[in-house]
Design a protein around this ligand. Structure first.
Ligand code: AMP
Ligand code: ZN
Length: 469
């Protein structure tokens, strides 16, 4: 398997630190709002990478954090008059719902920054002891970039260039910094902000330290893959390398993978530009499977422009696969258990060639676009060769093989059952009757069942109202 490594800017053969295992860390979102579909790109892409490693027989330890303390979360909490923790918890839950909708598997571990402060204090202390960090007058702890000789190796930036670039910028409150490139590991609290005790001041961590600490705790000092969107290469991942390698004395990650941006009108989709759609908004128009399929229709290192036309094309493509699989499932019921016929054995060989094509595409730095083409060709072959006259062996073999390839892409090959309005209204009537009889247990049960079906009830003065989630 070959992976494009941002560190070397080359495709390299994948050799795990520990045979048969993959230790993978993916930087997760800052939770102050619903995630947008740009944030969904790394989630979908790296979930697919994980699934492909599993398909190949690797055991994958997949860690992805939630940044649950940060300026934006605090700002939002102040606006709403609640505490930061309430905002973060709410959007973690919402993010997990979106992930489930996109069929992104939960990570082996989703650590939260606020639950890893102890580890951060330890790592910062180590960095100070080793001379890689220093404490300024106000208690801010900075990483001493000039002390880490490899600084810039990931982003391929030269420290001298950085120096002259930064010299122009003077940031107030940072007068005590030895060097403009030095970055914050720990900073003093401000009025009304969440804070933790530390040897240096009551305060909170800088952004970069959490990932170094979580990767070390849940994956070890040396990991296989570290991933995220390409905007994280500098400074975030460069700083993570500096922190981890200075503290642990070992190479942090062997392979650095970065997805290109999801754009809209050829501009990066981002909260700050305001040109974004949330995953939730998209889910009102499309099954989120379509969004997943759309993301995988391009190579993860190519920029992808979001458009209604491409979403429609993805919807149709996905539908072709689902229809083909439905047909195979039906045929599996109807056909009998004969062994494959000579002609079927020939078709099976053709199909095996397509499976090889799929694997070759995925082995070549996870080329999901070509892998999906191979699935289409398989579906086409199956549509033209499987029938009621086929042997059961042929039909079930085809069904199971295509299913395995779809599972790697995270494509669900069953059509979602459309819940009819009349069905919902029937259930609501039953719930009302149960409430009248004071059978609240049954009423709650019906409400929960409806929720499972994606139907939300609201008891209003005008009666019960319902909407689809
Ligand atoms: P953030 O919450 O901004 O830290 O972003 C979470 C993840 O989403 C990071 O891996 C970002 O690189 C990624 N990301 C943000 N915007 C985009 C975008 N428009 N396209 C692709 N990835 C993005
Ligand atoms: Zn990170």
């Amino acid at each position: 398997m070959k992976i494009y490594n941002t560190l070397s800017r080359m495709k390299e053969e994948f050799v795990p630190v520990e045979p048969g295992k993959v230790r993978m860390y993916v930087c997760g979102p800052t939770v102050y709002n619903f995630i947008h579909i740009g944030n969904a790109r790394p989630m979908i892409v790296f979930d697919t990478v994980r699934r492909y490693f599993e398909y190949k027989g690797y055991e994958v330890n997949y860690v992805s954090n939630f940044t649950d303390v940060d300026d934006k979360i605090i700002k939002k909490a102040i606006e709403e008059g609640v505490d930061a923790d309430t905002v973060a918890k709410r959007y973690i839950e919402e993010c997990k719902k979106d992930m489930a909708g996109m069929n992104v598997k939960p990570a082996t571990k989703h650590p939260l920054a606020t639950e890893e402060i102890c580890g951060m204090l330890d790592m910062i202390s180590t960095l100070i002891e080793k001379g890689y960090a220093y404490v300024a007058k106000d208690g801010t702890v900075y990483f001493r970039v000039s002390r880490f000789k490899d600084y810039g190796k990931l982003s391929h930036k030269n420290l001298d260039d950085l120096q002259s670039g930064f010299r122009e910028i003077k940031v107030t409150g940072e007068e005590d910094k030895e060097n403009a490139n030095d970055f914050v590991l720990w900073k003093p609290k401000k009025e009304g902000e969440p804070y933790w005790e530390s040897p240096w001041c009551e305060g909170r961590p800088g952004w970069h330290i959490e990932c170094s600490v979580m990767a070390k705790r849940y994956l070890g000092d040396e990991i296989d893959i570290h991933a995220g969107g390409e905007d994280l290469i500098f400074p975030h991942h460069e700083n993570e390398i500096a922190q981890s390698e200075a503290a642990n004395g070992k190479t942090f990650a062997k392979y650095w993978m970065h997805n290109a941006f999801l754009n809209i009108d050829n501009k990066k989709m981002s909260k700050s530009l305001g040109n974004f759609f949330t995953v939730r908004e998209i889910s009102e128009k499309y099954d989120l499977q379509v969004l997943r399929f759309f993301m995988l229709s391009a190579h993860y290192r190519s920029p992808l422009n979001f458009s209604a036309e491409l979403m429609e094309a993805s919807k149709n493509g996905l539908d072709r696969i689902i229809t083909g699989m439905e047909k195979l499932r039906e045929l599996a019921e109807k056909t009998s258990g004969d062994k494959m016929m000579p002609e079927e054995l020939e078709n099976k060989k053709t199909a095996e060639g397509l499976i090889e094509k799929y694997e070759a595409a995925m082995d070549d730095d996870f080329n999901t676009a070509d892998a999906i083409s191979a699935i289409f060709e398989l579906v086409k072959l199956s549509n033209s060769t499987a029938s009621e006259e086929s042997s059961k062996d042929y039909v079930t073999w085809m069904r199971d093989e295509i299913q395995k390839l779809c599972d790697v892409m995270g494509i669900i090959t069953e059509r979602k059952k459309e819940v009819l309005d009349s069905e919902i209204e029937d259930m609501i009537a039953k719930r009302q009757a149960a409430r009248k009889e004071k059978n609240f247990a049954l009423a709650d049960e019906i409400r929960a069942k409806l929720l499972d079906m994606g139907i939300i009830l609201e008891d209003t003065r005008e009666g019960v109202k319902w909407r689809r989630a």
